[in-house]
Design a protein around this ligand. Structure first.
Ligand SMILES: [Zn+2]
Length: 487
């Protein structure tokens, strides 16, 4: 049967490094690009006799993540040892949380703008919230680099606090998985919990995929794709793997639960090993670490819960009159939100106009010059000054765009002084006044209609005056002038 007739079920385990200065169970600095093996100590090297000490900040950040995602935190949580032998963890176990993790339940809202661009027009489940099973805290392992005949190990990463965010098997497609990863990233960044940069390995995920023929069938055999580190690769890998599983079932094969990997260059999935079950790891409570009670952490963290992107978006629509689209663009990036919010603080114009200007002009120029919003040479304060010049009738919209570009190249300049230097004087009110008279005289029929109650036609006359002034007049002042003369 065709692939589209199969029901696809996907569950994700996302590993996300928490933004902390020190490791999970020792005082070593966390680092990304430092010289290998320069941030180590007996504890994170797993030397005999070394004891772990908890990083409380990492515990707080994990509980905060749970609050952002509507999880609950049990009153007591426990640390477990996950036992296995592998050179990236020389003490032969990883400290993690098995039975009582820091967060249970909850969900991740999928934001429409986080679906792949080509899939945004046909979102199957708009407003979906992907159900979470749990979030637990553990330590990262060392980084292995495999060469032809040997392996290099860098222990700088060993012991970095790592959250594992586990979904229920609640995702239906590659596109939803893509939106899930982007939305989760956006929320963790907004909460200041992680930079969640997949390129830097701060966020990686394992993807569990199965297919079945009917809703009433049990879930199909699960194939796990290990260690994916880019959202677009995850999307490609799922499409490939779903097609492969459907084809196998169509030809009568039996699938075996196993761990596979995605080969980006070949564009195919490859089998690594048959999957271990949890009991293979012989989990047991870590005798070096006492269970922790969470009440005090919860109270400490509660005031830190920020307004989330979708909450901000709803507020911008309600209070500032932004369209749904504009609000979702503005809230899609934490730096962009901050730029917008700083601009509206000093702009004497509507939030809607500020949003329009940012989306239509600022983002265009940033894109063209490949500059990130936080590096924008024109600061929010200066943009607010430009918008105020438009509002005061000193410059027209078209002139403001030229002024903005000029300020981009000379950001230290004062917008008002620069406007003057560029010859953008406020239009001569006497001249505008006579243009208004001319337009009124030339349109007796429209004037009669306006005076008969059709005030919408004022826009037409305003347009005529604007045209006559070659775009220099301020439309608001022109409309006011027309009203004063006609009504
Ligand atoms: Zn250490």
């Amino acid at each position: 049967m065709p692939v589209s007739d199969y029901i696809v079920t996907i569950g994700l385990e996302v590993h996300c490094q928490i933004k902390t200065n020190t490791k999970m169970f020792c005082g070593c600095q966390t680092s990304f690009a430092d010289e290998p093996n320069t941030h180590t100590c007996p504890t994170c090297l797993g030397l005999p006799g070394a004891l772990p000490v908890l990083n409380e900040f990492a515990i707080e950040r994990t509980i905060l993540s749970g609050m952002l995602l509507a999880c609950s935190t049990p009153p007591t949580v426990v640390w477990d040892r996950k036992n296995y032998f592998y050179p990236d963890m020389p003490k032969d176990y990883q400290i993690t949380q098995m039975d009582l993790p820091l967060c249970l339940g909850g969900g991740v809202p999928l934001y429409d703008h986080n679906y792949p661009k080509d899939a945004q027009k046909s979102i199957k489940n708009p407003g979906k919230v992907v159900q979470l099973n749990r979030i637990h805290l553990e330590e990262d392992v060392a980084k292995s680099t495999h060469l032809a005949n040997s392996t290099l190990i860098d222990f700088n990463r060993a012991g970095t606090p790592l959250m594992e965010i586990v979904t229920e098997p609640d995702i239906e497609s590659a596109e939803e998985t893509f939106a899930y990863l982007k939305s989760l990233q956006q929320i963790l960044i907004a909460g200041g919990i992680s930079d969640a940069d997949m390129d830097k390995g701060q966020m990686r995920c394992d993807v569990n995929i199965s297919v079945r023929k009917n809703e009433s069938d049990p879930l199909g055999t699960k194939i796990e794709l290990k260690n994916m580190n880019s959202t677009s690769a995850v999307r490609r890998a799922i499409h490939y793997e779903v097609a492969r599983q459907c084809q196998a079932l169509d030809s009568g094969e039996t699938l075996v639960q196993a761990t596979w990997r995605w080969d980006e260059e070949l564009g195919e999935t490859q089998e690594m090993r048959t999957k271990e079950d949890a009991h293979d790891y012989r989990y047991f409570p870590d005798p070096d670490l006492l269970p922790i009670t969470t009440a005090d952490y919860i109270e400490k963290v509660r005031p830190l819960v920020p307004e989330l992107p979708h909450e901000k978006s709803a507020r911008f629509q309600k209070e500032l009159g932004l369209t749904e689209y504009d609000a979702s663009v503005i809230t899609s990036d934490v730096q962009l939100v901050s730029y917008f919010e700083t601009t509206i603080q000093s702009a004497e114009t509507s939030g809607k106009k500020v949003a329009n200007w940012i989306i239509n002009n600022l983002l265009g120029l940033l894109n063209e010059k490949s500059v990130e919003i936080k590096e924008s040479p024109v600061t929010p304060e200066k943009l607010a000054e430009i918008l105020n010049l438009i509002e005061a009738g000193t410059v027209s919209n078209t002139q403001a765009k030229d002024l903005f570009t000029a300020l981009w190249d000379a950001p230290e300049k004062d917008p008002a002084a620069l406007a003057k230097k560029m010859g953008f004087e406020p239009a001569d009110t006497g001249a505008i006044d006579s243009l208004i008279d001319e337009v009124i005289a030339a349109n007796p029929d429209k004037v009669a209609e306006i005076q008969g109650g059709n005030e919408k036609l004022l826009n037409f006359l305003t347009g005529q005056v604007m045209k006559a002034s070659k775009g220099k007049a301020n439309p608001k002042i022109v409309t006011d002038g027309l009203k004063a003369k006609l009504l």
